[in-house]
Design a protein around this ligand. Sequence first.
Ligand code: NAD
Length: 499
Amino acid sequence: MTETIEAPAALRQINHWIGGRPVAGQSGRKGPVFNPAAGRQTAEVDFATPEDVDRAVQAARAAFATWREVSLAKRAEIFFRIRELVHERREEVARILTSEHGKVLSDALGEVTRGLEVIEFCCGLPTLLKSEYSEQASTGIDVYSIRQPLGVVAGITPFNFPAMVPMWMWAPAIACGNTFVLKPSEKDPSASNWTAELLKEAGLPDGVFNVVHGDKIAVDAVLEHPDVAAVSFVGSTPIARYVYETATKNGKRCQALGGAKNHMIVLPDADIDMAADAAVSAAYGSAGERCMAVSMLVAVGSVADPLIEAIKERIPKVKVGDGMDPASEMGPLITREHRDKVASYLEDGDVVVDGRENCPDEGFFLAPSLIDNLEPGMRAYDDEIFGPVLGVTRVDTYDEAVRLVNDSPWGNGTAIFTRDGGVARRFQFEAGAGMVGVNVPIPVPVAYYSFGGWKGSLFGDRHIYGPEGIDFYTRGKVVTSRWPDPATSKVDLGFPQTR
Ligand code: NAD
């Protein structure tokens, strides 16, 4: 975790957002926020105490009483306004993302667009919340189901998608009638306050959306708070496991999405140029800091040498630089420590391209790197590196390739590149991962499907956003109803049966 530090007074201050306004933290503990392209601290963010978290939860609790009564029509109207505002201001938030995360502007805009799709899905909330009705289930008796909000729900999010991942959570949660407390990453917190202001402008009542910043202290306060009904988490696997165990131990519903090591299998019959373009885009986009990045290439048979050659040709053409420069295609990593940790993996296997050479002098940069001949048991194969390092494993057969995917402790995404539809179909059937791409390297589902991995990539039984997101943020109730008909009324002590 980021250490708290003393910082000069001139730094921009980032406060919590509680009950519809910015609220300064009570503890005096703060964390540094950097511009990773310059390697300079630009702001400091308040770290919440359990009392700050309680204030946010109480604001959300008070707002829940009225928000759950707001009609579906009115909620949908607010969502359409949110959609319009995010769309109009996407460049503004993209700049915030680039300045704190480092990803290039075009990629930041892509992040906002994918988050916007989830907001658009939520505009259909009246349809999404429709239920079932059985007339005359028994004589004179009707039975119907309804889905109701849970109450105050919380989201804890990672640094790599500071706008989109919170949208995956708050949009369906609020659409379903819940109120929300967000604990975003302390490394790039400003997008959350930007969102809070935008939601207020769109007409969302105060207290429906709140932000508390901070570290483990804030997270633990959320996980232990008796008035928080459910927690959505996205981040690394060890913390996802901890959040899931702690939240469920405290009686909360929880979905906790973890890390990944996504394998892309390339078969000998694949189009080499298409596979090489896909591998370079999916491994180095956003400097590899994507949970759906391709981090392992599994080259089957004779495809390895030509594929590596094609990737090697493309790597020097990737323009590494400040994300604000429209010419840049890949920005820096999030912090100096993370950059150094990622670079430390360039010791295993056979390093074909070493990204430590040819990096900009300032900032937390590491250029695209390629390592051949990695195998299970090597650190660079076993760990989630979460940086611009693409590993290659060579195998002889399709079966060996699938075994690597299925033996991985993670199961977020995987992809196969081939021209053979029969093999692709077999792969879709056999692959032990939650999201599968066929000639598509980053198979992030569209907003009307749900996103989630298997094994160490997800703790809990509901994927995020889409139909499973609506399920996660609601609970079912079944009503059995009879309107008085004196002609059929009598005492009956038997167990209710249909007649
Ligand atoms: P992280 O696990 O370090 O942090 C995630 C959140 O947990 C942050 O809000 C952070 O403040 C909090 N946190 C960190 N340490 C904690 C602790 N000890 N106790 C309680 N809370 C703690 O993750 P990150 O570095 O911000 O993000 C990168 C990770 O997220 C990668 O592993 C990546 O694969 C994963 N990720 C997964 C998905 C997915 O959909 N599966 C999506 C995006 C990112």
